[in-house]
Design a protein around this ligand. Sequence first.
Ligand SMILES: C[S@@+](CC[C@H](N)C(=O)[O-])C[C@H]1O[C@@H](n2cnc3c(N)ncnc32)[C@H](O)[C@@H]1O
Length: 366
Amino acid sequence: MHGGFNDNDSTYGGSLIGCDSDTLASYITDYRYENGRRYHAYRGGEYWGPNDEYSNDLQDLAHHMYLMTLEGKLHLAPLDNPHNILDIGTGTGIWAIEMADAYPSAHVIGTDLSPIQPLFVPPNCAFEIEDLNLDWTYSKSQFDFIHIRELFGSVADWDEFFSSAFEHTKPGGYVEVIEHSVFPVSDDGTVNEESFFTLWGKTVVEMGRRFGKSFTIWEESRERLERAGFVDIVEKKYKWPVNGWPSPEYRTHGDDGEKSWQRLREIGVWNQLRLYDGVEGFMLRLLTVAGGWTYDNAQAFLARMREEIKDLKIHAYLNVTVVYGRKPGGKARAGDQLPHPATRSGYVSPEGGWRSTIPEDYQGLP
Ligand SMILES: C[S@@+](CC[C@H](N)C(=O)[O-])C[C@H]1O[C@@H](n2cnc3c(N)ncnc32)[C@H](O)[C@@H]1O
């Protein structure tokens, strides 16, 4: 699983940085092929998903679903004129590129194991090949915003990962984590203990455990961000129907109460396409390598999943969470007691802006 090149490989002089760039360039595109799918080369075996065109198109489709979920927003954290933004595990880079367009005065960096991002990108956007599970190569307190989306099954130690994120966030800056569950559930009992969806969910979670990288971060982000030291944490919950089953009669309840059934159905229709076309990429390496299943058994399991996804009578959905938190310190916020640079007395008003405690009719020293 963990064979292949790593930073300690003596052939490369001990470090990727500063190596001969031709060797490095060919190394990261020297892709691996398994069961007809293409996988990343750098740090081979670290990630479960293919990086072929087929898989990349589905990542872009997921981006579209996240935009629909967040009503067109690229993030929920209240950013204020960010200068440095990091998108870890950027994939095709679609989010990073759109952020660079949305914040022209910010510099956006996207990192990944695979160089699958487009060559022509906004001038304030750059991509780097990095393994997020190795020591981060950035300066302390460098970023105003760190974005983490769909890194389920990719992080070896989430607490260590969020500590690194904390260390590299500027005081007053934000980290946002957007993840979905891999365990289909329902509000009306149409998914139960006997359902294939339940077997599916248990299987993915177990494969993540064997792979050494969990798939349950969607329900742990809040607690883990808190533990890393972030404050003012906000968690928003959403539901992604697994197909277009929502209707005036049936819809999800609770967390996604603000969305119309039409919007839920639209998300469900896209989700069905993403899952139907995507299950092989999501699971083939996990089942055959981490699980030791034969290729034929894995394909039979995937075929069953595709059948289940077509059934509109099962009102299954995937939970989605967006969690963001602020690193303490930085710019003055309402209520903060900070020394004014000139008078060393005053406060930040609840409406924002500095209020001096020097009387307005102050006439100077007698
Ligand atoms: C499911 S995709 C999500 C991509 C992107 N964040 C998005 O939401 O569109 C996960 C991405 O994480 C990357 N990844 C997985 N393990 C990684 C690691 N150890 N270091 C850097 N990137 C990693 C994969 O190559 C893949 O592109």
